[in-house]
Write a protein that binds this ligand. Structure first.
Ligand code: SF4
Length: 350
C-alpha cells in the first residue's frame, strides 16, 4: 500500500521495512489551492484534498504544527482514508522525548501491520536501514556538486523513488551568481521554477533548506553488531539529528544553518513561506539578527503566479548584495509589499 508521509521525520525506511511503499507527499501535490479558508495553510489544505481522494492509500500526519494536526482531523472527518497522527516531540534533549519518539515509531509499526504490512525481522530491518542510509550519504555528497534543481529532484526521489520515472535533469554547478540560501517550508515540484527565477536574477542556491531539501536528510546511520534494538537505534538517530523550525528551542536549526552558510559563502537568505505559516514567517527577524545577511521573504503562492514580480525583487536584492549597498540604499518595502529586504549588520558588507 502507498503510505504518504507528510513529514521528513517519519522514517521512510520504517514504512518500507513494514512492506509498504513510502511516498513523500510533496511529489503528490501538483499545486497549492489558490483559495483557502481564512487562516488555513494552502499546503495543509492540499494534503486534506489529496488524502480525501486517496482511499486506497494511508496518510501519516504529524503534530509538527497546528495546521498539520487539524488536517489529520479533517481527513478523518470527511473520508475513510486511513490516517495516522504521529506525535513528534518538539524537544530532543530529554529521555522523555526519546521515549515518546520510540513509542510513536512502535505505534506506527502496528498501524502499518494492520494495513496489511508485517513486522520486519532483525535482518530485514537492518538491510532496509542500511540501504536508505547509504542513499542519504550519496545524496548528501551529490548535493554538494549539483545544481540546486537537480539536487531537489534527487531528494524528492529519495522520499518517493517511484514518483518520477524520468531521470533527474542534468546540469552543471555554475560558479556564477551570488550564493544564496533558500530556507523554509514545503517546496513542491511545481514550484521548482523558483531556482530558475533566482538564477535569472543573478543568484544561485547553494543551500536548499526547504522541505524536502538537504535539511531533511538525517546523516548516515552506521550500524554495528552491538545494535540489538534496531528500532530504538533508528528512532534515536532521527531524533538526534532532525532539523526543523518547530523544535524548542530551535537552536539546532540555526546551528545547522550557521555551519553551511559559512562554508558556502552565502550572501543572502531567501525565506520560503506559505500563506498562514506562522512558524517559518516568524523566523525572518531571527535569521537577519543571527546571520547579519539580507533576508527576502518569498511567498510560496507567488510561484508561478507572479514570476515577473518575484524576479524583479530578487534582481534588486542581488544587485544590492553585489554593490555592497549600505542599509539606507536598500529597497524599503511599502506596507502592502510581501517582501522585505534588510541588512541588520551595517558593518557586514558583502
Ligand atoms: S507550511 Fe507551515 S503551516 Fe503549513 S503545514 Fe507546513 S509548517 Fe504547518
Amino acid at each position: 500500500m502507498k503510505v504518504y508521509c507528510t513529514s521528513p521525520w517519519i522514517p521512510v525506511e520504517w514504512v518500507c521495512a513494514h512492506g509498504h511503499e513510502p511516498c513523500g507527499v510533496w511529489a503528490a501535490v501538483d499545486e497549492l489551492p489558490s483559495a483557502t479558508a481564512e487562516g488555513v495553510c494552502p499546503f495543509a489544505r492540499a494534503l486534506v484534498e489529496l488524502a480525501s481522494k486517496n482511499h486506497q492509500a494511508a496518510f501519516v500526519f504529524t503534530t509538527a504544527c497546528d495546521q498539520s494536526r487539524r488536517a489529520a482531523d479533517a481527513v478523518l472527518l470527511q473520508s475513510h482514508t486511513p490516517v495516522f497522527l504521529f506525535n513528534l516531540p518538539a524537544t530532543w534533549q530529554t529521555p522523555a522525548a526519546h521515549r515518546l519518539y520510540r513509542a510513536e515509531l512502535a505505534r506506527l509499526g502496528r498501524f502499518l501491520e494492520r494495513l496489511g504490512g508485517f513486522s520486519p525481522s532483525y535482518l530485514e530491518l537492518m538491510l532496509v536501514i542500511r540501504r536508505y542510509s547509504e542513499q542519504r550519504a550519496m545524496l548528501l555528497d551529490l548535493i554538494q556538486h549539483s545544481p540546486a534543481r537537480q539536487a531537489a529532484e534527487a531528494v524528492m526521489q529519495y522520499f518517493w523513488p517511484d514518483h518520477a520515472k524520468k531521470p533527474a535533469s542534468a546540469g552543471k554547478v555554475t560558479a556564477h551568481g551570488v550564493p544564496v540560501a533558500l530556507i523554509g517550508g514545503p517546496l513542491l515540484p511545481s514550484q521548482w521554477g523558483i531556482f530558475d527565477v533566482i538564477e535569472s536574477a543573478g543568484g544561485r542556491v547553494v543551500l536548499n533548506a526547504t522541505e524536502p531539501g538537504e535539511r531533511c536528510l538525517v546523516p548516515q546511520l552506521t550500524l554495528s553488531t552491538d545494535n540489538s534494538d534496531l528500532q530504538a537505534v533508528l528512532a534515536d538517530h532521527y531524533l538526534d539529528h532532525w532539523v526543523d523550525v518547530f523544535q524548542r528551542p530551535n537552536t539546532r536549526l540555526y546551528d545547522w544553518l550557521a555551519v553551511r552558510i559559512a562554508q558556502r559563502g552565502v550572501r543572502a537568505i531567501l525565506l520560503w513561506v506559505n500563506l498562514h505559516c506562522d512558524l517559518w514567517r516568524a523566523e525572518a527577524q531571527t535569521l537577519r539578527n543571527r546571520f547579519g545577511l539580507p533576508v527576502v521573504m518569498l511567498e510560496a503562492h507567488d510561484i508561478p503566479a507572479n514570476l515577473n514580480r518575484v524576479t524583479t525583487r530578487l534582481a534588486a536584492l542581488i544587485e544590492t548584495v553585489r554593490s555592497g549597498s549600505r542599509p539606507a540604499d536598500l529597497h524599503q518595502p511599502r506596507k502592502s509589499e510581501p517582501y522585505a529586504v534588510q541588512r541588520t549588520n551595517p558593518g557586514d558588507s558583502p
